[in-house]
Design a protein around this ligand. Structure first.
Ligand code: ASP
Length: 314
C-alpha cells in the first residue's frame, strides 16, 4: 500500500472570534476531527479515496456548525437549495446535485449520480426524485434550518435594506464543506457540499457541484475542494487550474494552490480557500481570508484541525 492522505475544509471567511462562542469553536473543531476520523478509518483499512471523502463530508453535512446539509444557508426566499459533487480521479468521472431541497446528505446523491453514469449533474426536483429512488434518506426542507441560519438571513436582509451588505460578517454570508483524499492504491478523490451563500438568489448554482470548479480530482496530479464565492471559482475553473499548474507547469501542489488562492483570487478581492492533496500525499490548505475551518491527516497518520492561524494537533 502506498501513502494515504486526507484533508478537509469547513468553509473560509472573516470568521471573527466573536461570531461564535468559545464552546461553538471547540465543537466545530471537534466535528472536523470526527470528519477526519471517518475518512481516515476508510483509508487506513485500505478502502478507496472516494469512500473516504464521502464519509468525511457526510459528518460535516450532519453537523450544524458548517454550511452544508443540516445547518445550511438559506436563500433570499428563506429556502434551502443544496449543491454537492464528488469526483473520482481514477476514472475522471464525477457526479453532482444542485438545487436539492430534501436530500439529507447531498454528497451521497452526488455519488449515486456518478455511479449511474447518465448525467454529471442533476438539478432541482429531478435531483430529489433521483435520490429518493436511489433509496437515500429524505427529509422535510426545514430539517436543514438552524436558528443561526435564520438569524443570519434576517441580518443579511437588514444589511441590504441599510445598504451595508459589504459589512456583513462572513459567518452571515457563506461557507461550504469539502474533502480530498489519496488512497493506498494511488487513487485521488474530492467531494464538496454546500448550502451556497446566505441570501443567495433562488435558483442560483455555485461552484461546489461543478467538476473542475469547486471540486476536481485527477490521478497522478491532485484532488481539490474549494470554498469562497462560487461564481469566481467557476470563472477561474479553480480546481482544474490548480491541477493544470501542477501537471503542465510542474509546480508543487503548494505553489499551485497558493498562486490561485493568494494570487489570482486575492487580486480580484475574492475571499477564497481550498484543500488539496497531491499524488505523493502532499497537502495544501491555503486561504486568503482571516480563517478557514480545515483539518488534515498526514501520510504518517498525524491529525490536525484549525480555524485560524493556530493549528491544533488531535
Ligand atoms: N462556494 C460556495 C458557493 O459559492 C460558498 C462558499 O464556499 O462559501 O456556493
Amino acid at each position: 500500500m502506498g501513502p494515504v492522505a486526507l484533508a478537509i475544509h469547513g468553509g473560509c471567511g472573516v470568521m471573527a472570534k466573536l461570531d461564535l462562542s468559545e464552546e461553538e469553536w471547540v465543537a466545530a473543531r471537534a466535528d472536523l476531527a470526527r470528519a477526519l476520523a471517518a475518512g481516515w478509518a476508510v483509508l487506513r483499512a485500505g478502502g478507496p479515496a472516494l469512500d473516504a471523502v464521502e464519509a468525511a463530508v457526510v459528518v460535516m453535512e450532519d453537523s450544524p456548525h458548517f454550511n452544508a446539509g443540516y445547518g445550511a444557508a438559506l436563500n433570499t426566499a428563506g429556502a434551502h437549495e443544496l449543491d454537492a459533487s464528488i469526483m473520482d480521479g481514477a476514472s475522471l468521472s464525477a457526479g453532482g446535485v444542485t438545487l436539492a431541497t430534501r436530500i439529507r446528505n447531498p454528497v451521497k446523491a452526488a455519488r449515486k449520480v456518478m455511479e449511474a453514469g447518465d448525467a454529471v449533474l442533476l438539478g432541482g426536483p429531478a435531483a430529489d426524485d433521483f435520490a429518493r429512488s436511489a433509496g437515500l434518506a429524505m427529509v422535510e426542507p426545514d430539517y436543514f434550518t438552524t436558528p443561526r441560519r435564520v438569524q443570519a438571513l434576517a441580518a443579511m436582509k437588514a444589511h441590504r435594506a441599510a445598504g451595508t451588505a459589504a459589512k456583513a460578517s462572513e459567518a452571515e454570508k457563506h461557507g461550504t464543506v469539502g474533502a480530498v483524499a489519496l488512497d493506498g492504491r494511488g487513487h485521488l478523490a474530492a467531494a464538496t457540499s454546500t448550502g451556497g451563500y446566505n441570501d443567495k438568489p433562488a435558483g442560483r448554482i455555485g461552484d461546489s457541484p461543478i467538476a473542475g470548479a469547486g471540486t476536481y480530482a485527477r490521478d497522478g496530479v491532485c484532488a481539490v475542494s474549494g470554498t469562497g464565492k462560487g461564481e469566481y471559482f467557476i470563472l477561474h475553473a479553480v480546481g482544474h487550474e490548480v491541477a493544470s499548474r501542477v501537471a503542465y507547469l510542474g509546480e508543487s501542489l503548494e505553489a499551485a494552490a497558493d498562486k490561485v488562492i493568494r494570487g489570482d483570487l486575492a487580486e480580484v478581492k475574492v475571499g477564497a480557500g481550498l484543500v488539496a492533496v497531491g499524488a505523493d500525499g502532499s497537502i495544501a490548505a491555503p486561504y486568503n481570508t482571516d480563517g478557514m475551518f480545515r483539518g488534515w491527516v498526514t501520510p504518517q497518520g498525524e491529525t490536525f484541525v484549525a480555524s485560524h492561524a493556530e493549528v491544533f494537533r488531535v
